[in-house]
Design a protein around this ligand. Structure first.
Ligand code: ATP
Ligand code: MG
Length: 351
């Protein structure tokens, strides 16, 4: 990992299976300002389930994205999620960071479904454990080396150096903390992408429960393709503009409603599990990612969980030059931009 000066800008690069997003944020006297932002569709099939299947297509998408957003910075922060990444909240005997570093493998071994030799690991001490004075809480992160190395080399092919590797759920939490005004509440951050969904329940500034689920907007696209007999691009278009669809409108809205109901069924257990541990429920759900924008989903999730749902607009935390970025454009892409913005905030200053 290269160390770089505080003034150096860092590209926040969220390489999703549906779209790649890049963001650049500057900070002058505590004011964070959006300098660059871009989003570009990822070729279908280049990334599946959080793993890179076509490195050259991914590198080309990153090159095109940075060129179109006029981003020339050499360093980037990336993030991963899905099956290759494990995040666990554990309690261990109190120890120093150095001791924890030494014990990491032993501690991790009991929680990981992978061989410790095959993963990169990191940890973060969250603080004391209530009623257990000799223990401390630790968030343990382990990510498969193969998957991480694939992301690093695809980005390097685009002449960008990844200097920070983060986890989607933490990048999301990072930008949410900038937007949030109230840290008293328990908040469930739910990001629904094209193929995967991250749930991160935070209390104060601590992440207490993280769940990744393999579901997302592409499920609706594929169902439209099969029932509407159309191409991937047409199905994407019909999903976002149902009035333009050349298929039975009722059939289309049934596909959307059925998939949305299934998503609710996947999200609810995470909330119920959190309740079983804490006897508290989240005060609100904050929705991000493009998948969650599908019509009617937000309302259905609120009705199914009994928890108010808001859609995240991460740009509200930043100074934005409206002659550079059209406000209606930013509003439209805001939920998809969240992770890239959270990554762009990861400078040495806040490490
Ligand atoms: N307005 C909209 N209505 C419905 N779906 C939308 C809308 N905008 C985007 N989507 C869908 O959102 C998905 C892309 O969202 P996002 O960019 O958050 O995913 P991603 O980060 O690329 O995917 P992943 O994180 O799963 O790899 C696509 O399935 C796309 O069709
Ligand atoms: Mg995503």
């Amino acid at each position: 990992m290269a160390l770089f000066k505080k003034s150096d800008n860092l590209i926040g690069l969220d390489i999703g299976s549906g779209a790649a997003k890049a963001a650049l944020i500057s900070e002058v006297k505590g004011i964070r300002r959006l300098e660059r932002f871009g989003i570009l569709e990822m070729p279908h099939g280049a990334i599946e389930d959080g793993m890179i299947k076509d490195p050259e297509a991914v590198a080309q998408a990153v090159r095109d994205l940075c060129a179109s957003a006029n981003i020339k910075e050499p360093n980037a922060a990336l993030s991963v999620s899905g099956h290759s990444v494990i995040v666990k909240n554990i309690n261990v005997a109190k120890m120093t960071d150095e001791e924890m570093q030494e014990n990491l493998q032993v501690e991790a071994e009991q929680y990981l479904p992978f061989d410790v030799k095959d993963v990169y690991m990191d940890f973060h001490v969250t603080g004391p454990v209530p009623e257990k004075e000799d223990q401390m809480g630790v968030v343990l992160v382990a990510a498969k080396k193969d998957t991480i190395d694939d992301y690093v080399s695809a980005v390097e092919m685009a002449n960008i150096q990844p200097v920070i590797m983060d986890v989607d759920a933490f990048a999301l939490q990072n930008i949410y903390e900038l937007v949030a005004e109230n840290f008293e509440q328990i908040v469930a951050l739910v990001d629904i992408g094209a193929t995967k969904t991250n749930v991160n329940i935070i209390k104060g500034r601590n992440s207490v429960l993280i769940r990744d689920v393999s579901m997302g907007g592409i499920q609706i696209t594929q169902e439209i393709m099969s029932q509407g007999g159309c191409s991937f691009d047409e199905a994407e278009d019909w999903k976002t503009n149902p009035e333009s669809a050349k298929m039975d409108k009722e059939e289309l809205s049934d596909i959307i409603a059925l998939t949305s109901a299934r998503w609710c069924e996947e999200i609810r257990p995470a909330i119920d599990f959190f309740y079983s541990l804490n006897e508290e429920r989240p005060d609100k759900i904050i929705l991000s990612g493009g998948g969650g924008l599908v019509s009617g989903f937000k309302e259905m999730l609120a009705a199914e969980t009994g928890i108010p749902v808001e859609v995240l607009n991460p740009f509200t935390a930043l100074e934005v030059n409206e002659s550079q970025f059209e406000p209606s454009y930013l509003k439209r892409v805001a939920p998809q931009a969240a992770i890239a913005l959270g990554l762009a905030l990861r400078k040495v200053a806040d490490k």
